[in-house]
Write a protein of this length. Structure first.
Length: 239
């Protein structure tokens, strides 16, 4: 009788364990995924001589210091019912700027790249506890004089960007300087898909000791949808 009771108790425990595992599995599968983002779409080539037309792609200018990839919890933006909502996730494909000037090795809270199928959000967070006095952001936008369906790929020569067309011809993209703005108070830029546009950002860090460093970033096939670069910015958006 004693062994029978032990056997029944063991079976009951196994069944209970199976039920708990199943419930946890279902909970994980049913968790809303509104903040997910395909970070594999962020590609880091060895140079930016040729810019392939890949959506939601970030390229690093090799003439400027690279952005370091770090594993950390970051904000992810998702478009839901016309409003950009924030969730958090952990990924080793997130970009943050790492600085070692004057022996300081810490992350500067400058930009986070997030994307979904339609939007790319670049968020600037307010400077805290870093040896930087000012962050200047120069925004330029390039637009091809042809339909995006006619573009084979993009190529860059110095400060100029060209489009190579399917028919073999080549055209210069029109450059528009949006503005230069101080962003140490935070803010964000929302970019949307546009098959014939490229947005270039130049981030200039000014240190208290006079040292200056720049980071160049190009985002392919997007144009600026919304800009809010001050301490009062909130991530809300109406398409």
């Amino acid at each position: 009788m004693k062994y029978k009771t032990i056997a029944i108790s063991t079976v009951a425990l196994l069944v209970l364990t199976l039920i708990i595992v199943t419930l946890l599995s279902n909970t994980s599968l049913n968790t809303p995924n509104e903040g997910s983002c395909s970070f594999d779409s962020l590609i880091y080539p060895s140079n930016t001589t040729t810019i392939e037309p890949t959506d939601c792609r970030v390229l690093i200018d090799e003439t400027k210091p690279k952005l370091r990839i770090n594993t950390q919890t970051v904000v992810v933006i998702a478009l839901t019912n016309g409003t950009i909502k924030k969730t958090t996730t952990t990924s080793n494909r997130i970009n943050t700027v790492s600085e070692v000037h004057e022996g300081m090795d810490r992350l500067l809270p400058i930009v986070e790249y997030t994307c979904n199928s339609e939007l790319l959000v670049i968020e600037f967070t307010k400077l805290r506890h870093v040896n930087v006095s000012k962050i200047l952001l120069t925004i330029k936008e390039y637009t091809a004089p042809v339909s995006g369906n006619d573009i084979k790929h993009f190529s860059e020569e110095g400060d100029k960007i060209y489009v190579e067309l399917i028919n073999g011809s080549r055209k210069l993209m029109r450059e528009t300087l949006r503005y230069v703005v101080n962003v140490e108070q935070g803010g964000y830029i929302v970019l949307e898909k546009d098959n014939r546009s490229i947005t270039k950002l130049l981030i200039t860090l000014n240190y208290f000791d006079g040292f200056i460093k720049q980071y160049g970033i190009e985002i392919v096939r997007v144009r600026i949808k919304q800009i809010c670069l001050d301490s009062n910015c909130t991530l809300t958006f109406t398409p």
